[in-house]
Write a protein that binds this ligand. Structure first.
Ligand SMILES: *Cc1c(COP(=O)(O)O)cnc(C)c1O
Length: 369
């Protein structure tokens, strides 16, 4: 039995007739750029997420980049974020000439620790600080109440990285609806994934939505009239057609991820492998199912022998990456550094079966037993 991290083929075959029809209709309509599916998808996504505006984009990295630009963040500014995330979060900050300020994480949720944020601000001040980018890592919301309180107190903007948390909530409110912007990725393996690259920002501010719409389309509101330097960063019509089919199933997909995670956690109880910690603030939508273990290498090897995939998200904290380490010499973030040595993500996707979960866990137990 082969068990991949995510089985996109299984899902495609389940919804194939509807996807194929949607794609063929988009091909027939031949309105490939900013066509009707893009428009409808943006309306449907905004309604689903409980926000006023959704603006679709070329990918999630661009969502972060254009959100920062539209928020007026640039050269010499500082943006607080987590060192325990995909590189894109920090890359976007670097694109606009600002500096990522990394603060340590909560060892249980792996999300940025608001207390560490406050400590940093007390020690260094906020003269250059302009924004916070919390990441809702693995599908569990960062602790938004204290984060929003810090932002308010110090007049910082909040741009949420929701690439892993589509449909997840914090105290009944969707991730992505707290800050100026929510930034989403539709990379194929994300909770809501298209069949190529795609991304989106959400916002409740009509002016910010307008700004991003201009930035994604060469700085232009009226065709061939350009008021700012923009980008070519649009979601294409075929991807939008696919996303509309999948959006209708998002609630169920997330519930199935959550159910599968809970099956894993129950079976892993008392084994020495630490299942993910749920802080109880909202629904964890389990983009990743990530355990902590001191036997990581041996587990990876045993799983691989059985044809079971596993992955480390993320093996190197951002302040230790080659691209950033020169600028962060002497920065010590002990929790992130320790956690990056212990985390292991196991296969998780809506269509994963109980039998497969049992197989993964029993294989892990052969190592620990
Ligand atoms: C996937 C991801 C991104 C980037 O999304 P792309 O669509 O691949 O550009 C950004 N942040 C996080 C946390 C991600 O997981």
């Amino acid at each position: 039995m082969q068990i991949p991290m995510v089985d996109l083929k299984r899902q495609y075959h389940e919804i194939k007739s509807e996807i194929d029809e949607a794609v063929l209709n988009a091909l027939e309509a031949t309105q490939f750029i900013l066509g009707p599916n893009v428009q409808r998808f943006e309306e449907e996504a905004a309604a689903f997420l409980g926000v006023k505006h959704a603006v679709s984009l070329a990918n999630g990295t661009e969502a972060l980049h254009l959100a920062l630009l539209a928020s007026g963040i640039g050269k010499g500014d500082e943006v607080i974020t987590t060192p325990f995330t995909f590189i894109a979060t920090a890359e976007a900050i670097s694109y606009v000439g600002a500096k990522p300020v990394f603060v340590d994480i909560d060892p249980r949720t792996f999300n940025i620790d608001p207390k560490k944020m406050e400590e940093y601000i007390v020690a260094h001040g906020v003269s250059r600080m302009k924004a916070i980018i919390p990441v809702h890592l693995y599908g569990q919301a960062a602790d938004m109440d204290p984060i929003m309180a810090i932002a308010k107190k110090h007049k910082l903007k909040v741009i949420e990285d929701c690439a892993q948390s589509f449909g997840g909530d914090y105290k009944g409110k969707m991730t992505g609806s707290f800050g100026e912007f929510g930034c989403y990725s539709f990379f194929p393996s994300k909770n809501l994934g298209c069949y190529g690259d795609g991304g989106m920002v959400t916002t409740n501010d009509p002016e910010l939505a307008e700004k991003v719409k201009m930035l994604r389309n060469h700085g232009s509101k009226v065709r061939y009239y350009h008021s700012v330097i923009g980008y070519n960063s649009r979601l294409d019509e075929i991807q939008a057609a696919i996303l509309r089919v999948k959006l209708k199933r998002m609630k169920r997909f997330n519930e199935l991820r959550n159910r599968n995670a809970h099956l894993y956690s129950k079976m892993l109880e008392g084994t020495g492998v630490t299942p993910p910690f749920e802080d109880g603030n909202g629904m964890h939508v389990y983009h990743q199912y990530t355990v902590k273990t001191s036997s990581r290498d041996r587990i990876i090897e045993a799983l691989a022998k059985e044809g079971i995939a596993s992955a480390i998200y993320y093996p190197v904290p951002l302040h230790k990456q080659d691209v950033y380490k020169k600028d962060y010499q002497g920065l010590s973030l002990p929790i992130t550094e320790k956690v990056s040595q212990e985390v292991l993500s196991l296969p998780i996707f809506p269509e994963l079966t109980e039998e497969e979960i049992k197989k993964v866990v029993s294989t892990i137990l052969t190592v620990l037993g």
